[in-house]
Design a protein around this ligand. Structure first.
Ligand SMILES: Cc1ncc(COP(=O)(O)O)c(C=O)c1O
Length: 382
């Protein structure tokens, strides 16, 4: 069986987790700090906050930016629903801007139209998604966001190691928060770094960082400078409503160990994508999304677009190749439909959904397995 994505766990990973299991700390111990520091260094950002999963990272990010029942936030319909759900958790309204068919990323021109159609102050923020690992042009998005005073949370779950080159020629790594308030990542097993479950929020803003640390643990503070009273060494205060969204030290130990191979694995993903690109280059019935000049794709997913997507999906499955669809437009999901979203408003997302298929892409995919996948795709799509 060849899945579309899977984790790679080395003997070193197992040893790292075992060491933590034998230690004094299973949660919020030294591995959390180490993971946060090393991840921040890898991404090139000041602060990183480890949390239970990517969805918790989105929820806390929305909370930290004060999303509430009066908030309107823009995202893409082609994403995992968590990018939109986080706004709903806080009682806010999520508004979808259609995608650009060339990249399958949120179309910045469509965002511009939405913003121009409402009075200033209608919207509070934007959650762009680096779909499949293709970095959003955050410099361009920041310029637009500045016109309307909006914050940006980059959903970089698919893109650790990806970057775009800005107008000054600087390579801006996904999640480095040079053009955003916050960014977030997931360490679900199919992602670049597997923790089992895990997530990370990154930021350069000290105030947001402190708020996130507090919200991650019930809004608890033990800092004598911040407390209203102090009854003794045991005393703490809950000063705002937070959650238990902590990552365990066990998961963090796995994350630290996986992070060591992040660059090597990214190179492997790039080699796999190049081989697919070459294999499909002459087949006009397979549409590929190639990153524009200056954009370095992180290849969480390798997505092709074909006319008979269901036929190809079924054919691959018969051959024990388990492809996947990323994504069903969020606007088509019953929960969102019932909220009143009109699926017809997102023609590019709908057209993309009809054709997209993610074929196997993961660092441990062997040459033989990839050859088999290529052969089966080309047998079906002639
Ligand atoms: C784009 C995107 N956003 C958010 C999430 C949520 O992450 P998690 O599954 O770790 O909660 C995912 C993961 O599936 C994702 O792919």
């Amino acid at each position: 069986m060849i899945p579309y994505g899977k984790q790679y766990i080395s003997e070193e990973d197992i040893a790292a987790v075992t060491e933590t299991l034998k230690s004094d700390f299973l949660t919020q111990g030294p591995k959390i700090n180490e993971f946060e520091e090393k991840f921040a260094q890898y991404i090139g950002v000041k602060y990183a906050v480890a949390v239970a999963n990517g969805t918790a990272a989105l929820h806390l990010s929305a909370m930290a930016l004060n999303v509430n029942k009066n908030s309107k936030v823009i995202t893409t319909p082609i994403t995992f629903a968590a990018s939109a759900n986080c706004v709903r958790y806080c009682g806010g309204e999520i508004v979808f801007a259609d995608i650009d068919s060339a990249t399958a990323l949120i179309d910045i021109e469509k965002i511009k139209e939405l913003l121009a159609a409402s009075p200033q102050g209608t919207y509070q923020g934007i959650i762009p998604v680096d779909l499949a690992g293709y970095p959003v042009n955050l410099e361009k998005l920041r310029a637009l966001a500045n016109e309307y005073g909006l914050w940006i949370i980059e959903d970089a779950c698919h893109a650790p190691g990806g970057y775009f080159t800005d107008s000054k020629g600087i390579q801006q790594k996904c999640g480095n928060c040079v053009y955003t308030q916050l960014a977030m990542f997931s360490f679900h097993p199919v992602k670049h770094i597997a923790c089992g479950e895990g997530g990370m929020i990154t930021t350069n803003d000290e105030e947001l960082y402190k708020k996130l640390i507090s919200l991650r643990t019930h809004g608890i503070t033990k800092d004598p400078e911040l407390m209203h009273e102090n009854h003794g060494g045991w005393y703490y205060e809950i000063q705002e409503l937070g959650y238990n969204y902590r990552l365990s030290d066990i998961n963090a130990a796995l994350g630290v160990s996986q992070l060591k191979r992040a660059d090597a694995n990214l190179q492997k993903r790039k080699a796999i994508s190049k081989k697919y690109d070459n294999a499909f280059a002459n087949n006009t019935n397979i549409k590929l999304i190639q990153p524009a000049a200056g954009f370095s794709h992180a290849y969480h997913l390798y997505i092709i677009q074909v006319e008979n997507r269901k036929g190809l999906y079924d054919y691959l499955k018969q051959n024990n190749i388990f492809a996947q669809v990323h994504y069903i437009p969020v606007t088509m999901l019953p929960y969102y439909k019932e909220l009143g979203y009109n699926t017809k408003c997102y023609p590019n997302a709908n057209a993309y959904y009809e054709k997209c298929l993610s074929i196997p892409m993961y660092a441990s995919l062997t040459d033989e397995e990839q050859d088999f996948v290529i052969a089966k795709v080309l047998e079906f799509v002639v």
